[in-house]
Write a protein that binds this ligand. Structure first.
Ligand code: 5U1
Length: 674
């Protein structure tokens, strides 16, 4: 290297270090040392140096926060460890009951040491670091699989591209929340409105919308922030023993953590923290919707385990939802995908928690009766997080004389079919089935939705036209459309028509789990669809499964099993499935492929007896998540029997067949396999 080149390399390194330092002062510590203009000068000098000498560019240079645009969509990422959700508490008693459960499980008489921090209203993400460099960022998605948004997350200034120090595992995941500070949100909306674009409804939507931009250059102009709250998967390393120490350790690496975090003792300490935060909430520079409490000891967390997808050692204690009163102008009935009629309140518009609300759900007729609501009443409207606003009840005070009762229509407002209210059931349904355009429309909306077949471009307006014109009566008929036919519809030009045809072509290749979800079987959401796909591995065995077989599957109870069996008994549904397959909808066997790559792939375990750290169902689910099969009976093919307290006859059968037997320690070792 010549003398000049060496000087320039040294200067580039110096600039990188300085900019990274000032990024941290500004974005993480909120305590800048230099002015924006001085900062811009440093960045401009580095950009100039790098453009003259591209060989000086390193991946973690501050100039490389904006990567190239992604070609289309976001690739899926399977999280190394599922991203859990949190159990919620609302009343003081929920918090005290949580604390009681923790003490009972851990057999502790005294106060529990909890880590407390605000629950940010943002978007959960997982950052994967390898050798101290940010390798990948993914959204939470459904907890198992998220979207890869590395290019976008690299533009978030407070996310370090490389970590400080050297005390970190060779590879590990940092979990946290991407969010937008309120002042940044207000400035962004002003900027968008000035340039004639639509503003965002609230900081959460702005954060989510910005992170899901296909072009990282757009995300880079959005002022996003990040706080880490936990550790995901980690390679071998000595880890801190407590949650609070994990967060301090993150801070030492330059990863931002919430400055409001605190350790609190017992239920009283936790409740006091919750009250203090509720009081401070409006003055914080970001939106929070509650407080999260976690058992501080990581060893105790491990002993407690989790139920379904939420840890037993954590609680999100929510703040009360925002409520306002307004006038109930009228009530309409909306018909859903399964024919359920939902009464929707049309309200005198009112601002609730920063959002203008003019429609809210009244749930069902039984709720209306229970709350004694009439048209013309002043009602209380509540909005909490992202859920649909609801009418909570009648506001106090005298009732106006000219109010009217709310009547359930005897015929469907969309198709005129008879409306049926099953004895003892709250929900009234239109009996029109697929004759009803609303049910057809909702079934199609669900079929094309992002978590189902994800067919881009089929918005509500187009679906409405497809249904009312009779062009599409069921999901399989979507695949009969081509650009030529689509071009005839309102606002569909030649280019959009071609894009729609391409989207249909792409959607033909899907996964079994998405396909099952897209069918719209009652009570079968995304998670259950995935369990069914993993269990059956193919559509045929699922279509022929008995209710008893279905009930034995994770996430499937007797009611869901009945809905699934009824769905596949219905000849019309089988015809639609056949037509979809004939139209070329297909899937590889990713569930099997994914399982093959997992650490316990190809192994079969049988669980017997009571486990102390978790239920058998939970142990089974965790073994399955690592690729193992969990069987109900022991055979020579069984890899091992895991025996807890008071094991049944399965243990003696294992002994007779010479099948290995593991105790709970053995199970823990298996669950630690990565
Ligand atoms: N502050 C905070 N938010 N939050 C969200 N902590 C936290 N922990 C979470 C989630 C989903 O999950 C834990 C189970 C790691």
């Amino acid at each position: 290297m010549s003398g000049i080149a060496a000087d320039q390399a040294r200067r580039a390194a110096e600039l990188r270090e300085q900019i990274t330092y000032h990024d941290r002062r500004y974005y993480v510590l909120d305590d800048p040392e230099i002015s924006d203009a001085e900062y811009d000068e440093l960045l401009a000098e580095l950009q100039q140096l790098e453009s003259r000498h591209p060989e000086l560019i390193v991946p973690d240079s501050p100039t490389q926060r904006v990567g190239g645009a992604l070609a289309s969509g976001f690739p899926e990422v399977r999280h190394q460890l599922p991203m859990l959700s949190l159990n919620n508490g609302f009343a003081e008693e929920d918090l005290r009951a949580f604390d009681r459960r923790v003490r009972e499980r851990l057999e502790v008489q005294g106060e529990i040491d909890y880590m407390a921090e605000p629950k940010l209203d943002g978007l959960a993400i997982s950052l994967l670091y390898r050798n101290g460099q940010l390798l990948r960022a993914a959204t939470r998605g459904d907890g198992e699989t998220g979207e890869e948004v590395t290019g976008n997350v690299r533009t978030v200034r407070s996310v370090p591209l490389s970590l400080s120090g050297s005390d970190w595992p060779q590879e590990f995941e940092v979990r946290g929340e991407v969010f937008m500070r309120r002042p940044d949100f207000l400035r962004l909306n002003e900027r968008l409105l000035e340039s004639g674009e639509r503003g965002f409804m609230n900081p959460r939507n702005a954060a989510a919308g910005s992170l899901r931009q296909l072009d990282p250059a757009v995300t880079a102009r959005r002022p996003l922030s990040f706080f880490a709250y936990g550790l995901g998967w980690t390679a071998e390393h000595v880890l801190p023993h407590t949650q609070s120490a994990v967060l301090d350790w993150f801070a030492g690496m330059g990863i931002p953590v919430c400055p409001e975090r605190a350790r609190v003792q017992g239920a009283d300490g936790a409740f006091a923290y919750h009250q203090a935060m509720a009081e401070r909430r409006a003055r914080l520079p970001y939106d929070i919707d509650g407080v999260v409490f976690k058992v501080n000891s990581r060893e105790a967390q491990q002993r407690m385990g989790f139920v379904a997808r939420a840890p037993r050692w954590a609680l999100a204690q929510k703040f009360p939802a925002e409520e306002r009163t307004t006038l109930l102008l009228s009530v309409d009935f909306q018909v859903g995908r399964t024919g359920a009629l939902t009464p929707v309140a049309r309200l005198d518009p009112v601002l609730v928690g920063g959002v203008m609300v003019s429609n809210a759900t009244l749930h069902n007729m039984a709720e209306i009766e229970r709350k004694g609501i009439r048209i013309g009443d002043r009602v209380i409207v509540r909005r909490a997080g992202d859920v649909i606003p609801e009418v909570v009840g009648r506001a106090g005070g005298e009732r106006m004389p000219e109010t009217q009762t709310i009547e359930l229509p005897s015929v469907c407002p969309e198709c005129g079919s008879h409306v049926e209210q099953e004895e003892g059931k709250a929900v009234a349904r239109c009996t029109g089935g697929l004759v009803c355009p609303a049910q057809r429309r909702e079934a199609l909306r669900h079929f094309v939705s992002r978590k189902a077949l994800d067919i881009e471009g089929f918005g509500d307006r187009l679906i409405e036209q497809l249904v009312t014109s009779g062009a599409v009566n069921n999901p399989s008929e979507l695949f009969r459309l081509n650009a030529e036919r689509l071009e005839g519809f309102e606002r569909i030009g030649p280019k959009s028509a071609r894009n729609l045809e391409d989207a249909l072509d792409r959607a033909r290749e899907t996964t079994l789990a998405r396909f099952i979800h897209a069918l719209g079987i009652r009570e079968v959401g995304e998670v259950t669809a995935r369990s069914l796909a993993e269990h059956f591995g193919g559509l045929e065995p699922l279509m022929h499964a008995s209710e008893a077989t279905l009930e034995a599957i994770r996430d499937v109870g007797p009611v869901v099993a009945k809905h699934i069996a009824h769905f596949f008994d219905e000849p019309h549904n089988r015809e639609v499935i056949e037509a979809l397959l004939a139209a070329g909808v297909h899937w590889p066997r990713p569930e099997a492929n994914a399982a093959e790559k997992r650490p316990l792939a190809g192994r079969t375990y049988v669980l017997t007896g009571a486990l102390s750290a978790m239920t058998r169902e939970e142990a089974g689910a965790r073994l399955q998540a690592l690729g193992a099969k969990v069987a109900g009976s022991v055979s020579k093919q069984t890899s091992a029997v895991i025996a807890g307290e008071n094991p049944g006859s399965k243990l003696s059968r294992a002994e007779a067949l010479g099948v290995p037997i593991l105790d709970e320690g053995g199970l823990r070792a298996l669950l630690a396999s990565e």
